[in-house]
Design a protein around this ligand. Structure first.
Ligand code: ATP
Ligand code: MG
Length: 390
């Protein structure tokens, strides 16, 4: 007898033309996420089977964070003979409580001499003989799945829900503006879920922002990495630009101009590093810089698509996701970000583009931006190192 993990692809099987690419990407991602585990993977067009010598429950926990997986089952593999199957069924049912059941047999090995209907009858009768219960094909307490395949028969009962979505990477790369707040990690998670392979861009302004603020971002990145396996963080030295803004811009426009600078850097860096889109955690109306009028003026500095996965969610809805994915507790740690230091009392909510251009004329931001980009620090290898950083 052999215990193994069976993976169901779900949504991706509907994309027929790209199916092989989807499955290959999913396999690569699984290997990435399970890089510390001894595993062996077999796959076909509808299923993947993973064997492991490690603790199977731990491996399943990690797999629950892999996008593109819709169902995970721990199953038992036996030889393709009826007696072995019967023995295994009894073994599995030994500690299950149920009154009604259904057999769901599949004959994926077309050379197997007994057909599906007959298999259902054989095993249905066998369970009735051995356990006090009855058959209910419409609403059973448990379904006993029996899949006869060339390499053996897989028998399983419970299916664990997978993370859904598409395998990370099938859409290419995106650059997530990651701050230490609640919103941007959630935005990153949602982009990963749709198959975007994200890397993170963080603007830091030491000594105005602390090492703890930076470590908080690295910790958030390491949590996102559990869903990706491929995260990097690019750290932009933003102090000089921020100081020039405070010197040269009227109070109420400081945030607007600062965000235009962030977008300029994100956009230019994306073009140099081949990120197709920018992703951020803006939510319509949440703060002055996120009114539609502000967004238009800020967005004006880039021609790359800016995707805002949480744009239309309420804060409470964003918090609910943050809790689910495990970023909330870190996000609420009280270390100040560069957006919150020197916050003006009355930031403009309907900025004018002409005024922005006038203020920006006061200093040589192009040179400062070039300098900042040339001094970006890249942090890689989030598999283990940053979990306990705070
Ligand atoms: P909160 O969850 O408290 O709103 P936030 O990180 O969303 O925090 P905002 O001021 O609302 O903060 O910023 C909007 C978006 O701009 C963020 O979601 C993030 O994508 C980006 N951003 C803000 N500050 C930074 C930063 N220091 N580095 C990178 N991106 C940033
Ligand atoms: Mg926000």
């Amino acid at each position: 007898m052999n215990k193994l993990i069976l993976i169901k692809y779900g949504e991706l099987t509907t994309k027929k033309a790209n199916r092989n690419f989807f499955i290959r990407t999913l396999e690569k991602n699984i290997k990435n996420i399970l890089c510390d585990d001894a595993i062996e993977i077999k796959k076909d067009r509808v299923r993947m089977y993973i064997k492991t010598n490690n603790n199977i429950e731990n491996v399943v926990k990690k797999l629950q964070k892999v996008f593109g997986i819709h169902g995970i089952v721990i199953c038992y593999q036996v030889d393709n003979n009826i007696d072995s199957m019967k023995k295994q069924i009894l073994e599995i049912l030994k500690d299950k409580e149920f009154k009604t059941f259904k057999i769901n047999a599949k004959r994926a090995d077309k050379t197997f001499p007994i057909h599906t209907m007959e298999l259902n009858n054989i095993f249905g009768g066998f369970v009735l003989q051995n356990i006090e219960c009855r058959v209910d094909v419409h609403n059973p307490d448990i379904t006993i799945n029996i899949e006869v395949r060339p390499e053996g028969t897989a028998i399983y009962i419970d299916e664990i829900k997978g993370a859904g979505g598409y395998p990370v990477g099938i859409q290419g790369k995106g650059l997530l503006m990651l701050s230490g707040g609640i919103d941007s990690p959630v935005a990153g998670y949602l982009a990963l879920k749709r198959g975007v392979d994200i890397e993170c861009l963080y603007f830091e302004s030491p000594p105005h922002t602390s090492i703890e603020a930076k470590n908080k971002v690295l910790k958030l990145a390491s949590i996102l990495n559990e869903y990706s396996g491929n995260i990097r963080v690019h750290i932009v030295p933003f102090t000089k630009i921020q100081e020039e803004i405070y010197k040269n811009v009227k109070d109420n426009y400081i945030i607007t101009i600062m965000r235009r600078m962030m977008y300029r850097i994100a956009s230019e860096y994306s073009k140099r590093k081949n990120f197709k889109i920018i992703i951020n955690g803006e939510s319509i109306g949440q703060v002055a810089s996120q009114t539609l009028d502000s967004m238009i003026v800020i967005n004006n500095v880039t021609n790359l698509p800016v995707i805002r996965p949480v744009a239309c969610l309420d804060k409470l809805e964003i918090i609910e996701i943050a809790n689910k994915i495990g970023t909330y507790e870190t996000s609420i740690l009280p270390y100040e970000d560069c957006c919150t230091i020197f916050l003006p009392k009355h930031p403009v909510i309907n900025p004018s583009l002409d005024k922005c251009l006038l203020y920006e004329h006061n200093f040589n931001y192009e040179e400062l931006i070039e300098n900042a980009i040339n001094n970006i620090e890249v942090i890689t290898n989030f598999s283990n190192d940053y979990k306990d950083i705070l």
